[in-house]
Design a binder for this molecule. Structure first.
Ligand code: F6R
Length: 241
């Protein structure tokens, strides 16, 4: 794993954003794997500004998200559909038909997981996957204990994950208890991976990822099985490294 250390969140977003736009310009029909949450917001802002200033185009780009809450409609402001629309897609020239997220409001959730996994295969897989990391080491919503062989599946969210994400909701009671997430094996099939982390709250997780061995108890450690992973993280997140 290659590590790029930055001073702070702004520089992390700038460096990762720069790398990402270089990839998009050299491969205009790239398939990007997208994450939500606080960490990638700065990169998405960078992509929007670059699109406005430098006219980088997304007309042929496909984007496929890691995960979505179960039981929340795409129009709900807390859905990841809504997050992606507001924080990225509506500011770019990407075609809506080329943006994919799991449907957490599907009536048959198992069938939805199968559909999503097949969709990823059918569009030729993810060229570059963006990941954040949970304090417990989750990637996507793959919580500790998830099999490294897992494909897109339903996950029960840990209480700590629900607590961490309750900042986006009125109360923790509103945070869904389940999500659909790409599996670990799905993520590892991506050709290249950028893992982003910022802030002291992620320092223990990054230390564990970089220094410890590979274990299903710490999902992000699966990334050590991948040949092309770059960690872009700020000094606070890398404070034990
Ligand atoms: C989001 C996702 C999660 C987050 C992780 C970190 O799509 O899959 O793994 O990346 O929970 O979240 P933030 O960035 O909010 O700290």
């Amino acid at each position: 794993m290659k590590i790029i250390r930055t001073e702070n969140y702004e520089e992390m977003s700038l460096k990762a954003g720069l790398l990402l736009t270089e990839k998009i310009r050299s491969n205009p029909s790239i398939t990007l794997g997208m994450a939500t949450g606080s960490t990638p917001k700065g990169i998405y802002q960078y992509l929007i500004k670059d699109h406005q200033d430098n006219r980088t185009t997304y007309k042929q780009v496909k984007s496929i998200n890691l995960d979505e809450y179960i039981g929340i409609a795409p129009s709900n402001p807390n859905s990841y559909h809504y997050f992606m629309q507001k924080n990225l897609f509506e500011h770019l020239d990407i075609h809506e038909a080329n943006t994919y997220l799991p449907n957490g409001a599907a009536s048959n959730l198992e069938a939805e997981c199968e559909r999503y996994e097949k969709l990823i295969e059918d569009i030729g897989g993810v060229d570059l996957q963006i990941l954040g990391i949970g304090q417990n080491g989750h990637i996507g919503f793959n919580e500790p204990g998830t099999s490294f062989d897992s494909r897109t599946h339903i996950i029960n969210l840990e209480e700590d994950t629900r607590k961490a994400n309750s900042r986006f909701f009125n109360s923790i009671d509103e945070v869904p208890k389940q999500a659909i997430t790409m599996g670990i094996a799905t993520i590892l099939k991506s050709k290249e991976i950028f893992l982003l982390a910022s802030g002291e709250a992620k320092a223990d997780a990054l230390a564990r990822l970089i220094k410890d061995g590979i274990s299903e108890d710490f999902p992000a450690s699966a990334l050590k099985l991948h040949q092309n992973v770059t960690i872009v993280a700020d000094a606070d997140a890398l404070k034990y490294i």
